[in-house]
Design a binder for this molecule. Structure first.
Ligand SMILES: [Zn+2]
Ligand SMILES: [Zn+2]
Ligand SMILES: [Zn+2]
Ligand SMILES: [Zn+2]
Ligand SMILES: [Zn+2]
Ligand SMILES: [Zn+2]
Length: 525
């Protein structure tokens, strides 16, 4: 394989590439051999491929199994998301709300909020402090304790620093897609504010084109992650930015406390198949996905789900036809054009369809404290939308959150909703996803509660078949959940779900006196 880059062993110009992953270059066969001791743990089963019209993207270089680690990569630049609560620029913790705005601790150098003097003195912040401090009038730093888009500039500053600290990575950023030309035409106030701030206020030694390119590069390529305390961050990753999008992804991304991303196959992936990641939540309806992909990433999605008018048989965005009440409307002429009913050919504008659903969702809260209220709400939804619709999914999530009633009926509703949610999530986002693991855990808790309540209501002091069947189902679900939740990287805050699932399983085993849960049942799933 050829191509050019820096030798993984000595850094000299190199034209050979590792045949396993094609991600690392070598100046000679000798250096490749010497580097193997280090590289063998990083020779990931992916390679970069190029296709006319699609650009460069990642494909599997071997067959991958469900849950398998595909890649692990750290960010070359990491920072707050554009719109953030005051965040410490040293350790990335969200600053706790102060009694008064003026009590917020600020870096003595640049006046941006930090936890304390020690955080102001961290290597991460010291590197950027003098650039931020060149804003002598204090135009940039947040003035009060609220969510603010001012954090948009931090990641840009950190990228600019790479010019001197890591020229090779800076070169790489220059080569990433930014759609800067196209973005220049739409008047995005945030882009314009950033360009003005960097050229007129900060002493950052850069022109508007450089800022626009970086701003666009971040919008197009940054991946959102969570830090060690669950804070929202975004990072640029040197290889992972090459993952293509699909509204039906085949991998999952999980991050550890240092925002190192772990890519795992969610489903089996065949050698040569693309590595597909969903840039947006797969639980967004068609119109939202299409609009955001166009606006943020500048393309029209051609994934199998978007190309199928039924969204792969789910009818996830389809309302019931208001003319014949039999059919569900489908976008036969592509997203954006009017949708029509396969039964009676009635037509409706997409805008109208989207607005009806979005308005319905906006009014869901506060309507489902009792089983009766929740059932009425869910019945009304299936009269208006398909039973798998995005509105139904959002309503089911709302009911599970808000249902106050404690009764056998409430447990039976919860159990039904979890079962259907797990099924629908799997159709949208198949395989070993965190969402599946967490839902299986929650579903198992309800199964156990229902079984226990049954026993208490029947006044039995002996386990009944219904009780035992319920607990067996719960254990089976927990086993399946544990296998998935174990895939979280070390240090991830999401490992709390694994602990909960293990604890729940132990409690069930204690209840039935079956001994150590780790010796039993762990082999299933
Ligand atoms: Zn070399
Ligand atoms: Zn390799
Ligand atoms: Zn801090
Ligand atoms: Zn500072
Ligand atoms: Zn799509
Ligand atoms: Zn119809």
């Amino acid at each position: 394989m050829t191509g050019s880059g820096a030798c993984g062993q000595c850094g000299a110009a190199a034209s050979l590439r590792c045949g396993g992953c094609s991600l690392v270059h070598y100046c000679s066969k000798d250096h490749q051999r010497q580097h193997w001791a280090i590289h063998k743990d990083q020779c990931w089963p992916v390679r970069i491929t190029h296709e006319e019209g699609k650009g460069r993207y990642l494909v599997a270089s071997r067959d991958l199994s469900e849950g398998q680690l595909v890649m692990r990569e750290g960010p070359v630049a990491l920072g707050p998301v554009a719109d953030s609560l005051p965040m410490c620029l040293g350790c990335h913790a969200i600053i706790p709300a102060p009694a008064q705005d003026q009590d917020m601790f600020r870096c003595p150098g640049c006046s941006w909020p930090v936890c304390n003097a020690a955080c102001a003195a961290t290597e991460r912040h010291m590197a950027e402090c003098s650039v931020l401090a060149s804003d002598t009038k204090g135009i940039g730093p947040p003035t009060s304790y609220m969510r603010t888009p001012r954090y948009d500039i931090i990641l840009i500053v950190r990228c600019l620093l790479l010019r001197s600290t890591n020229p090779a990575t800076w070169e790489k950023l220059q080569g990433m897609e930014s759609h800067a030309k196209k973005r220049q035409d739409d008047d995005d106030p945030h882009r314009e504010a950033a360009a003005t701030y960097f050229t007129k206020v900060l002493d950052a030694e850069c022109d508007a084109d450089t800022v626009n390119h970086l701003h666009g590069t971040i919008l197009t390529n940054a991946i959102n992650t969570f830090g060690g305390r669950g804070e929202c961050l975004r990072g640029l990753y040197p290889t992972l930015y090459l993952m293509n999008h699909s509204c039906r992804p085949n991998i999952t991304l999980r991050s550890d406390e240092a925002s190192i991303l772990y890519v795992r196959a969610a489903v089996p992936i065949k050698k040569g198949e693309p590595i597909l990641f969903s840039y947006l939540p797969p639980t967004d309806p068609l119109w939202r996905r299409q609009q955001d992909l166009k606006m943020i990433y500048n393309f029209q999605c051609q994934c199998p789900r978007c190309q199928d008018h039924t969204e792969l048989g789910t009818y996830y965005s389809s309302p019931r036809c208001t003319q014949c009440h039999e059919g569900f409307l489908e976008p036969y002429d592509g997203p954006g054009s009017p949708w029509s009913c396969p039964e009676c050919s009635a037509k409706r504008e997409q805008e109208d369809i989207a607005m009806e659903a979005e308005e319905y969702v906006a009014k869901l809260e506060g309507k489902c404290a009792t089983v009766e209220e929740a059932s009425n709400l869910l019945n009304d939804i299936v009269n208006t939308f398909h039973v798998n619709h995005f509105v139904w999914l959002t309503a089911a999530q709302t009911v599970l959150r808000e249902l106050q009633e404690v009764s056998a009926e409430a447990l039976s509703l919860r159990r039904d909703l979890w079962r259907r949610l797990i099924h629908l999530y799997q159709r949208l986002e198949p395989g070993a996803t965190r969402r599946k693991g967490v839902s299986l855990y929650n579903g198992a808790v309800v199964e156990r509660e229902a079984a226990t309540l049954h026993l208490a209501k029947a006044g039995l002091n002996q386990p009944s078949p219904v009780f035992e069947e319920g607990l067996t189902r719960a254990v089976r679900m927990l086993d399946a959940a544990i296998v998935i939740l174990e895939l979280e990287p070390p240090g991830s805050t999401e490992l709390r779900w694994l602990e909960l699932a293990r604890k729940e399983k132990k409690e069930i085993f204690d209840m039935i006196g079956a001994g150590n849960p780790n010796e039993m049942g762990e082999t299933t799933g």
